[in-house]
Design a binder for this molecule. Sequence first.
Ligand SMILES: *Cc1c(COP(=O)(O)O)cnc(C)c1O
Length: 357
Amino acid sequence: MTKLLFERYPSLIGRLPIIEFVHAPTPVRAHPALGQAIGHEALYVKHDGLSAPEYGGNKPRKLEFLLADARRTGAAAVVTMGGIGTNHGLATAIFARKLGLACHLVLFDQPMTGYVRKNLLLFNRYGAICHHAGGYARTAWMVAKELARSHLSADGPTALVPAGGTSALGALGFVEAALELERQIENGELPEPELIVCAVGSCGTYAGLLAGLKLTRLNARVVGVRVVDRLVVNVRAVMKFGNRALALLRENGAAIGGAEVRKTDVRLLHTQFGGRYGRVTADGKAAVDLAETHGLVLETTYTGKAFAGLRDLAAAGVRGPILFWNTYNSVDLSGDLQAEDPRALPPALRAIYERTA
Ligand SMILES: *Cc1c(COP(=O)(O)O)cnc(C)c1O
């Protein structure tokens, strides 16, 4: 068991479900040229794009706990939901398949982009059974819950994986990630950051990081760049997931004292959202293009907006090192993608695939 959480709090062993997917620690690198381009040379990137060889990004960290939990309950299948380009859904399909679990994805509409189209092909490639629930996330969540409750899937007991992989249990993946970062700083791989920036979609990544940092000596200001409606991403939701993650550790015997995510710890940046989940914004697109010229591949739904937010924060005056937490997969799936023929998609997926932007 290589998890720092289990090393540090041995009472968790055998009590918290875990199946390891993540190859930790993910690399941290200095990016002086990209930093210079945004006027801040002490820029570092946490490359979670490389978190797992099958598929990287932030989702494998959550799924290590969530899919282990599904398997512990005897599930033969899992069901989750997301937008039609959901990275969470893609990651769930890939890792569920690795464990021999069937995977159902309930999808709601989001603006069509190149990466959405790629993900649609990949859902099919990795054997996910897709259900289209129309325009609303709420409807998709209701359909997913119903699928799990009724075992309609005919695959046998079906476990519900939360939207975005975000729950107290899923957020533990990023409590672990905060301990991982502390260890890298102790090892001299990077200086202690003054500011850490990540994208915030369903809150699990950001809440987990805030909670995990409470268990370390680090004092960084952590800013979450909101890319989803305020109904989902807000101070209360972040505090809820962060503190529930800490409560879960305590309930399982971890001696974490009075560690707590406070209101004042939560710093959300609202200026990059652009009014709709998945909408391509000019600032986000410019950030994606700039990062790409320096070899960092981002996308427009999450990480482009997050990097645009980082650039604004840097310009507003940060003296010390800044760490950008890259949550986007950087494992190349183009080989698998090329083998996929859009004409072979099931009719519902094909109709979505053929939509124009
Ligand atoms: C899902 C996702 C996020 C958001 O993470 P949450 O934990 O849902 O807030 C950020 N970046 C990328 C690339 C993602 O796929």
